[in-house]
Design a protein around this ligand. Sequence first.
Ligand SMILES: [Zn+2]
Ligand SMILES: [Zn+2]
Length: 145
Amino acid sequence: MESTPTHLNDQQLIAALHERGQRVTPQRLVINRALGELQRHVTAEEVLASVEDRLPNVSLPTVYSALELFEDLGMVRRLGVRQGAVLYDPRPEPHDHMVCDRCGKIEDLDGGVELDGAIFRAKRDGFVPKRAEVRINGLCADCAR
Ligand SMILES: [Zn+2]
Ligand SMILES: [Zn+2]
């Protein structure tokens, strides 16, 4: 997955937390760094696995609450569910996805999709669009083999 780095560094995260009146904690900083390192669609469990050795007392609820906070701050997006676990996308800007129905892998579909027509029709019907994106379901390259 090639993604443009929109990830916040420590200073930017600290500024964003202060702006929202949120506390800066080592957990939040380390979880944010882990997201930057992983740079892919991850479950909270995967984030936990990658921060465990850096944060001795970290728990899954801590990871979930940090991810929820990051979602409020517009730093990650909740993508949907893979095998019962919520997936988070470290790339908050709008982009399209390919979802494998067999293994549950979610990949970015790069290159952009022309959605102006759909947005136009939504507006014509009185809808106020905030975000438009495409999700293609099917089989990933590995599963299709
Ligand atoms: Zn697959
Ligand atoms: Zn994505």
